[in-house]
Design a protein around this ligand. Sequence first.
Ligand SMILES: *Cc1c(COP(=O)(O)O)cnc(C)c1O
Length: 347
Amino acid sequence: MAGPEQGTRHPQLTDTLVARRRLAGRLRRTPLIASPSLTARHGAAVHLKCEHQQITGAFKLRGATNAVLALPPDQRGKGVTAASTGNHGRALAHAARAAGIPCIVCMSALVPANKVEAIEALGAEARIVGLSQDDAQVEVDRLVAEEGMIALPPFDHADIIAGQGTLGLEMLEELPEAETLLVPLSGGGLIAGVAMAAKTVKPSIRVVGISMQRGAAMHDSLKAGHPVPVEELPTLADSLGGGIGLDNRHSFAMVRDLVDEVLLVSEEEIAGAIRHAYAEERQVIEGAAAVGIAALLTAPHPDWGVTIALLSGGNIDMTLHQRIVAGENPDLLAERQAQLTEAARHA
Ligand SMILES: *Cc1c(COP(=O)(O)O)cnc(C)c1O
């Protein structure tokens, strides 16, 4: 095996067992619910793991809490930092406050006010720097180099992956007969942890990663055989956007070695799945969380058998959600292009 990950120790089941003990009593045990409507279509039982009901609205609290609590006592006081405006930023803010340590979430001036407020409401400092995510990352690197803060990235970190792995154990405890797990896939921290833990306790389990067609960084990297950059495009699955890091240490190799299948779904299929979750299951989920349902609705998968779709988060803009449940299939890329054209006309 060649590549940058050579010689790297990836997280293992023992790390997830330690994570589970650390997280005990700090997180919500989210429900696993049966889906009669998806079961009827699929021909075998389908269950939904409702992790969108987790505190802060996404599974990312598992990894962030584990990584914060794993810090040696002498490092905690320096605080933690990340450049994420989304679910990881929220999770880190919550985990840091719960542990009583400082947290700075760096973001660009283009981030909408409601996202900045969400981070501040969780007790972290929202530091506004520059006009891009890259500028925000420069500030994270500076905080690490000059102020000794600890950077905790969203997916490519052993303690983050081990923390997400607790979901793999939980799903198999709740439904031991499960044969297939459908897991949303972006940087791969979630699916790496889930696949590692689940396959250790049940080697026959099939783990399927699902991304959106628009900017599927892990899918393209697996095809290339190494991490490749992708163009980030507006998508309903905004929490799945972004690259996997060209110097990826853990998640690329773990996904390559542990995941059975990677599927892509379209924007229209994601919208249909958000609608289905609302109308049939009474669940409000974000686009990233809808990809498993989208795959089940799009094509028959007789080989999957008893299936759990992991609903990974619920942080969707409610105006967008209302448009979708009213029957619209928003094309966010076309909408952005129209905005840019309009702005250019008025310039
Ligand atoms: C981060 C995130 C994902 C993807 O997790 P990775 O570890 O980056 O693959 C999926 N769904 C939601 C809601 C997320 O916030």
